[in-house]
Design a protein around this ligand. Structure first.
Ligand SMILES: *Cc1c(COP(=O)(O)O)cnc(C)c1O
Length: 446
């Protein structure tokens, strides 16, 4: 049984137990009242792999990848690996016909180990080292996105055959949504500003360097953006810059990469970027901007990360204890926390939590789910409704944790990082094993 099957029976209640916009597409509830993903009960995963554990719905990830390709048939969809990357995820990406963004030597190695065609890999980073650039050139990555003047110097000394590159520019677009993270403004570390001719000077240098093949411009205006309008604005500004390069150098750039940052809902009522509306806005902007500049329509590239990976993931925690403090707050302590989910402390992120091992029927309390780490700010969800009878041993599932959790996890308090377990069609398999104390000690040279 999946969410779609159980929704009719839940219509009579005030609100469904699990919001289908937030939980994986294959989420369901079995006859015992236990939450399932990919037809596997989360309690079974907790028993088999222990907790905390990251659960990843393969069908959810692949379905979203397909929907992106269907919504943007003319564009190349390049998955931002920094949101979540394992060799299996890299393989899903390749099998679904997407490209892959990487921004470090190990992300590149993971992509290659997952069988991704190097020609479909895009290398990012605002501080790429000479070694990383050499390695990327040696394996034949399809695109290098140049982010600083020093990179041009390094690349000039490294390239022996034509290497396609893009320039990352900052179009100076400020994302107004309060939840969004802004990277497209001028006063930050990424890219070359369109203002003050910084990007134009970089283009001139690259075009004058043998074997650096400037194919287009790139921008990434921020993260967690739900309004498609800023992307349309970015298209206008970048087409303008591409037309200027044509005028000055007589070179026609053919690729326009407008980055990712497509927003997803983490809690009920959150706005999400509608992929259809996004496609329409971008298409319209391309048509008008290219007509205004009499510019040949470039190949469009988009780089969604969390929009593909976030909702595929659910994190499982075992309740260690419940405490009510004088003043009335109830704290539910679990066996993970800021080491496996740093986004709450880092961005003030909000999450959706549910009891996974049984159907809660009785009254509820407002509680705060806290982690096990030695920081007062180590919270997972602040002031949420949980069953009043929640107790040690219960299993909690936190939704929308596929992106920037496994990839940003730390070993704070020397707590080993959780395993990544994929589920699909009633079966589970471990993609990444749990980090052990032996793993942690193995780096310590005494
Ligand atoms: C982080 C990043 C992305 C993906 O961002 P999401 O918010 O996960 O979609 C895409 N492109 C670049 C260059 C990035 O830095």
């Amino acid at each position: 049984m999946t969410l779609l099957d159980i929704l009719p029976s839940l219509r009579g209640t005030t609100r469904p137990r699990l919001d289908p916009n937030i939980w994986p597409l294959t989420t369901g509830v079995d006859e015992l009242g236990r939450i399932t993903v990919g037809r596997v009960a989360l309690t079974d995963i907790a028993d088999q792999y222990r907790t905390p554990a990251y659960v990843l719905g393969e069908t959810d990830f692949r379905t979203r990848a397909r929907r992106y390709r269907a919504a943007l048939p003319q564009a190349a969809v390049v998955y931002a690996g920094k949101s979540l990357l394992t060799t299996a995820v890299a393989r899903w990406v390749a099998e679904e016909g997407l490209g892959l963004d990487v921004c470090s030597a190990a992300e590149l190695a993971t992509a290659l180990a997952g069988g991704v065609d190097p020609a479909r890999i895009v290398l990012h980073g605002n501080a790429k080292s000479c070694d990383e650039l050499r390695n990327a050139i040696d394996v034949g990555v399809g695109r290098i996105v140049i982010d600083s003047p020093m990179e041009i110097t390094y690349l000039a000394g490294l390239v022996r055959r034509p290497q396609p590159v893009l320039i990352r520019v900052t179009p100076d677009i400020d994302i107004h949504g309060h939840r969004a993270v802004t990277t497209g403004v001028t006063d930050q570390k990424f890219g070359f500003a369109l203002a003050d001719r910084r990007a134009a000077r970089a283009a001139a240098r690259i075009l004058a360097t043998p074997n650096l093949d400037l194919v287009g411009l790139h921008c990434h205006i921020g993260s967690q953006i739900s309004d498609p309008a800023p992307y349309g604005e970015a298209v206008h500004r970048l087409i303008g810059a591409m037309a200027d390069i044509r005028t000055e150098h007589g070179v026609l750039l053919t690729e326009l990469n407008i980055g990712g940052g497509h927003g997803v809902p983490y809690v009920r009522g959150d706005a999400a970027l509608d992929t259809g509306a996004f496609a329409a806005v971008v298409d319209d902007a391309l048509t008008t901007a290219c007509a205004a500049e009499r510019f040949q329509r470039p190949r469009l590239v988009v780089e969604p990360g969390r929009a593909l990976s976030a909702r595929a993931g659910v994190t499982l925690y075992r309740v260690c204890g419940v405490k009510s403090q004088p003043g009335g707050r109830t704290f539910v302590a679990v066996d993970g926390g800021m080491s496996d989910n740093p986004r709450v402390a880092l961005h003030g992120a909000k999450y959706t939590v549910a009891l996974a091992n049984r159907h809660p029927l009785g009254p509820s309390v407002v509680a705060t789910v806290v982690g096990r780490h030695c920081e007062a700010g180590d919270e997972i969800v602040h002031d949420v409704e949980l069953p009043a009878d929640i107790h040690a041993g219960d299993l909690l599932a936190v939704a929308c944790t596929g992106a920037y959790q496994h990839s940003m996890a730390s070993t704070y308090n020397m707590v080993g990082r959780p395993p990544v377990v994929a589920v699909r069609d009633g079966a589970s398999r471990m993609l990444v094993r749990r980090e052990t104390t032996a793993d942690l000690l193995s780096r310590d040279r005494g």
